[in-house]
Write a protein that binds this ligand. Structure first.
Ligand SMILES: Cc1ncc(COP(=O)(O)O)c(C=O)c1O
Length: 473
């Protein structure tokens, strides 16, 4: 094979194979599905702050989490092993869509006239259309193994609910989904997909829980939020036999399961003969971002390599860029354990942006810790600019992205344009976390010029932050 040396604008020299330099897809064989997840806890310079009991304010132990999760998942949260083996039945289901492709966005590079090389890892190839099955399949497997019969969960955009409905049907578990009311109304087809996989779906706030009924009494048109839907799902779990709670983001074990994305991407970047300079992902609760970047961040923490890592959030829910790093509840009903994270206050209900999966008041504790320590950076973007980026991407690359993923694309494009302006060629890798085939009404509104930007809701955030719990730790 002919080898050429290409000196990139960042001064680094990389080997680019002549044939490979025009290659578009980097595809791994099924045998290359990772055999272990990467556990970043092994490489953190300081341990994560403890998780606290919502009633006592004291650090919790495995027994406190046992009503919610199977022991195998609780064990993963406390593990400090760098590698955690992926069970064979999970890898067998992964094989339906993994390894996912890494794609070089040649046409977007050309459209932007940028010297940057832009790569994206495409998670929209999963049956549910996003990265969410990577953890749904694992969670369903461990629950089934422990004899659980039924799972309850929340969903924002409907992507997570679809993923768990799919996984539940594969492992023979009943699934009940509390779907945030605005998404339930905006996305009827997501609900139908979940029902087709066999799940029961209700709009949240719902009449099925004490908490939901209380909120509906105050406001029958309540738009709901992820924080509220989580409270309803937890109430369902603690009041129903043989039922456990499943969640699509935030918790350490969810982020762990998503690392298959970055582990594959690292191998695929090697196939492409390149090393990323900048890694980008959108953040709602932090799972797709962490899934892509953690294996690279591990190298950074160990001092083996350096990367710029950017998490992108909506201006309507800017938890990392404008929130406070403090102990808070993960839900609005104050039922979850207290975790230290970037938060806008658990009472904060974000504006009804179309990226429903990013409408969350908090952030994964691991993402918050890394942002606090300056290992990663965060940026907030407005709704309309993300759709502009998504449409530009669709016209160049053909894939219609999920509104959440458009946040990552916005910053990838901004960084590529900066490369053009500075005359520097950098390698950019971002996570295309899902497709937007169920989000066409949002695109329709954007194309008709009807989408709004929502300014930073300073007053509502300070009101919500005033209600932060006081903890002794
Ligand atoms: C396609 C897509 N991307 C991103 C997200 C945000 O979640 P997370 O930050 O956990 O990846 C969601 C959540 O529903 C989603 O559906």
């Amino acid at each position: 094979m002919v080898m050429t040396d290409t000196t990139r604008g960042n001064g680094r020299t990389v080997d680019g194979r002549l044939g490979a330099s025009r290659q578009t897809k980097f595809v791994l064989d099924e045998s290359r599905i990772p055999r272990a997840w990467y556990n970043i806890a092994a490489d953190l310079p300081t341990a994560s702050p403890p998780v606290l009991h919502p009633g006592t304010g004291q650090p919790i132990g495995p027994d406190d989490l046992a009503p919610l999760f199977p022991m195998a998942l609780i064990g993963q949260v406390v593990s400090r092993e760098r590698e955690i083996e992926i069970p064979d039945p999970v890898r067998e289901v992964y094989a339906l869509y993994r390894p996912s492709p890494l794609i070089r966005a040649h046409r977007l590079e050309k459209a932007l006239a940028t010297p940057a090389h832009i790569y994206f890892k495409y998670e929209g190839v999963s049956p549910a259309g996003s990265h969410k099955p990577n953890t749904a399949i694992a969670q369903a497997f461990y629950n089934k193994e422990q004899g659980v019969k039924r799972l309850a969960t929340e969903t924002g955009a409907g992507q997570w609910g679809s993923a768990l409905a799919l996984a539940g049907s594969f492992f023979g578990l009943e699934v009940k989904v509390f779907m945030v009311r605005v998404s339930y109304d905006q996305k009827p087809y997501r609900r139908i997909l979940m029902e087709t996989y066999g799940a029961q779906v209700v709009p949240s706030p719902s009449r099925d829980t004490e908490y939901g009924r209380r909120l509906l009494a105050e406001d029958p048109e309540h738009p709901g939020s992820l924080g509220i839907a989580i409270s309803e799902a937890i109430e369902d779990v603690v009041t129903t036999k043989d039922t456990k709670y499943s969640l699509g983001s935030v918790f350490d074990f969810v982020l762990l399961h998503q690392t298959v994305i970055g582990l594959e991407a690292r191998e695929q970047m090697e196939m492409a003969g390149e090393k990323p300079d900048i890694l980008i992902g959108c953040i709602g609760g932090g799972s797709n971002f962490s899934g892509l970047v953690f294996p690279f961040v591990g190298e950074k923490l160990r001092g083996d390599n350096d990367y710029r890592v950017i998490a992108v959030e909506p201006e309507a829910a800017p938890s990392v860029t404008r929130g406070k790093y403090a102990y808070d509840f993960g839900d609005t009903g104050k039922m979850t354990p207290l975790v230290k994270m970037h938060t806008l206050g658990s009472d904060f209900v974000p504006a009804p942006i179309h990226a429903g999966g990013l409408r969350y008041h908090g952030m994964a504790p691991l993402v918050s810790l890394l942002a606090e320590q300056g290992v990663i950076e965060a940026r907030a973007v407005h709704q309309r600019s993300t759709f502009e980026a998504g449409v530009q991407f669709a016209r160049a690359e053909g894939i219609l992205p999920a509104p959440e993923s458009n946040h990552a694309i916005r910053v990838a494009i901004d960084e590529a344009v900066r490369c053009r302006e500075e005359g520097v060629g950098r390698v950019i890798l971002f996570n295309l976390s899902g497709h937007g085939h169920f989000d066409l009404s949002a695109y329709e509104r954007f194309l008709a010029g009807q989408l709004e930007d929502h300014e930073y809701p300073a007053e509502r955030v300070s009101a919500a932050l005033a209600g932060l719990p006081t903890v002794a730790v």
